[in-house]
Design a protein around this ligand. Sequence first.
Ligand SMILES: Nc1ncnc2c1ncn2[C@@H]1O[C@H](COP(=O)(O)OP(=O)(O)O)[C@@H](O)[C@H]1O
Ligand SMILES: [Mg+2]
Length: 478
Amino acid sequence: MAYVQILRRRWRIFMGVTLGVVALSAVFTLLATPQYTSSTQFFVSTADSANSSQLAQGSTFTQQRVKSYSLLLKAPKLLEPVIAKAGVTDTPGALAGKVSATTPPDTVLIDVTVTDPSPTKARDIAQAIAEVFPTTVADLERISPKADSPVKVTLLREPTVAGSPVSPRPARNLALGLVLGLLLGFGAAVLKQLLDTKLRTKEDVEALTEAVVLGGIPFDGDAEKHPLIIQADPHAGRAESFRALRTNLQFVDATNHPRVIVVTSSIAGEGKSTTTANLALAMAESGASVCVVEGDLRRPRLLTYLGLEGSVGLTDVLIGRYELDDVLQPFGAHSLTVLGAGATPPNPSELLGSTSMRNVLDELRHRFDYVLIDGAPVLPVTDSTVLTRLADGAIIVAGSGIVSKDQFDHALETFETVNGTVLGIVLNRVPRQARGGYYDYRYEYRPEAASKPSDGRRRRRGRGEEDTTPLRKDLVGS
Ligand SMILES: Nc1ncnc2c1ncn2[C@@H]1O[C@H](COP(=O)(O)OP(=O)(O)O)[C@@H](O)[C@H]1O
Ligand SMILES: [Mg+2]
């Protein structure tokens, strides 16, 4: 997957980690003790170099020696007198950590830098080194206590008091923090993406199945309170997406057009019932006669969403207690009819696969243009796969961010093993920022006359008069 897409989807963790690391580097910079340096420089030569050949030999000799002299700068032999002279309380070991000595290659120079939180203390120590180091070297190289030393160390630069600290360096630290933060943020985003097992996008669906994606329903925080599209703005993204779904469904198998359709999903809570109800409303809106059937006998919610009562219904017909006509309920003025669940039976799968269920569906197929059945989820129970065998096919609702890719894949497999027809997939709860294809709902396209009602509810189209009832009158009737 393109990295840009990962960043777009995982921008929260990306920004979070980046800002976090920058903030850490800022805190680190603020809390760090300022350090000052003071440096000095020595020149090493052999004492008597009368002619040029001696000079050449002497210079080779000293070049080999300066390395050892620079190591001497960290040895207690030198540092003990330095401590005494500078009047500091550091131990030789601690002081060695504050002193650094470098020898530029092919030279006989030794650069010494002392670092300390106090600029004057750094200078005092460097000053002491400037005084002690030349004599210490000279003493070391003397053959006998009386003899002249063959090596001479000359002080080239007097140590000074630094005006500004060498560390911390805010600009450099923040820049480093930013670069590190961007890298870590990107890494975290990629990792989160790799560890994300949820099904989220149309691409995720297409990677798992050949079945066509019939539509995408945007996530709508209002869905809980107003499950039906006719309770809200009819031109809002969710309402329009159900109309698009209705249209796309018409192109499924045009010669052998499916009319008895089970709506199911892998697990509970993906949006089967809301999708069934709204797709049925969208179909009825276009003039088709539609019957919605509560086929989830275990957790019936469809009639609740439709605002109806379903204590008698399908199961009563299946066990022969009632006639179909006694339990069919009209929804609104025309074209939408509802069949509730009835009492919860002990054996839903058996009942749904029975001959009497086949008869009920045949009867409904005869009477209506479309029969939509709100099914139970596929993974926990066999109800919907059983039902699909009696129907023309199933629409599988995939709840974006709810179902895992694995679960969705298993549900598809279940259909494959029983030879159930999958008409297509509906991706529900698509995040609004998801771009591209037909679930880009950033641009809602509404007729010029109908402006968006301020209270989130609909205005009766064309008449401009306030309609405070939650349901569409043209569907519901008065
Ligand atoms: N597009 C959506 N955006 C936001 N919430 C949704 C959407 N579709 C369904 N929901 C919510 O998800 C929950 C489960 O929906 P439901 O249709 O009852 O699922 P199922 O029938 O698959 O168990 C409900 O609270 C519903 O309001
Ligand atoms: Mg349901």
